[in-house]
Write a protein that binds this ligand. Structure first.
Ligand code: NAD
Length: 250
């Protein structure tokens, strides 16, 4: 049902973004993927789903502008690229703070401001931002991440209101813990910050948050993103969709 629609998914060479890109392509959208990684692997993804790739570093406004110009007028924008840094606030490296805010929040502003004119003109568009359960609630040692994701929630609601009469919707998807390289990468720092073993981090810190006691699967997030692109979802805007095994229900 997305034949003829053009989508850009940021941070889609891995994890959740890759699953969203695959899900949109499976419905017929032509997809631009973005992110870093091994050139052969990226070429393989492009061949598999008929996508093109932008290697833009989203911490750089100039590179975002080039990516958006090359992508052309979009029908679907999925702001998904994100990073984490786990550290007590008083030791949090200032440079890391700026990087997390730049990628998780400021880049979402830049791609959105550049995508909106074409969507407005077409009278149809879908802006989907991968926020997090940490856009609604907090855990310690993730000050920059939690601030950025709460920011994405506020930004998305604002854009939804500004575009309410245009046929363009803006929503957040807020996963709980999804097993991806981003989660794997934070386990050593969480072990250090909390003095725990790897198994304790997985069971007592991560899965302890999710009443289902299961990691969310990337394909489930892909299905939710695709669902929000349906015509019938035209009145769903400014919402923040939890997909977190019940975490934020507690
Ligand atoms: P991931 O590390 O698997 O993927 C991140 C993607 O972003 C990769 O494609 C990477 O190349 C790209 N990327 C990183 N830095 C970039 C930059 N400067 N410019 C452009 N691209 C860049 O991560 P993931 O777990 O799939 O996370 C995707 C999104 O989901 C993030 O916004 C994350 O905060 C959010 N999220 C993840 C979880 C989880 O449990 N994994 C939970 C809630 C929210």
């Amino acid at each position: 049902f997305l034949e003829g629609k053009r989508a850009l998914v940021t941070g889609s060479t891995s994890g959740i973004g890759l699953a969203i890109a695959k899900a949109l392509a499976a419905e017929g959208a032509s997809v631009v993927i973005n992110g870093f990684g091994d050139a052969d692997e990226i070429a393989g993804i492009c061949a598999e789903i008929g996508a093109t790739h932008s290697g833009a570093n989203l911490m750089d406004v100039g590179e975002i502008e080039t990516m958006m110009a090359e992508a052309g007028p979009l029908d679907i924008l999925v702001n998904n690229a994100g990073m984490q840094h786990v550290c007590p606030v008083e030791e949090f490296p200032v440079e890391k703070w700026h990087q997390v805010i730049a990628l998780n929040l400021t880049a979402v502003f830049h791609t959105t401001r550049l995508a909106v004119p074409a969507m407005r003109e077409k009278g149809w568009g879908r802006i989907i931002n991968t926020a997090s359960a940490h856009s609604k609630t907090a855990s310690p040692f993730k000050s920059a991440y939690n601030a950025s994701k709460h920011g994405v929630d506020g930004f998305t609601k604002t854009v939804a209101l500004e575009l309410a009469e245009t046929g363009v919707t803006a929503n957040c998807i807020s996963p709980g813990y999804v097993w991806t390289p981003l989660i794997e990468g934070q386990i050593p720092d969480t072990m250090k910050a909390r003095g725990l073993t790897e198994e304790q981090v997985i069971n007592d810190v991560l899965l302890a948050k999710q009443p289902t006691k299961k990691f969310v699967q990337v394909e489930e997030v892909g299905a939710l993103a695709t669902f929000l692109c349906r015509t019938e979802m035209g009145n769903v805007t400014g919402a923040n969709w939890s997909i977190d095994g019940g975490w934020t229900a507690e």
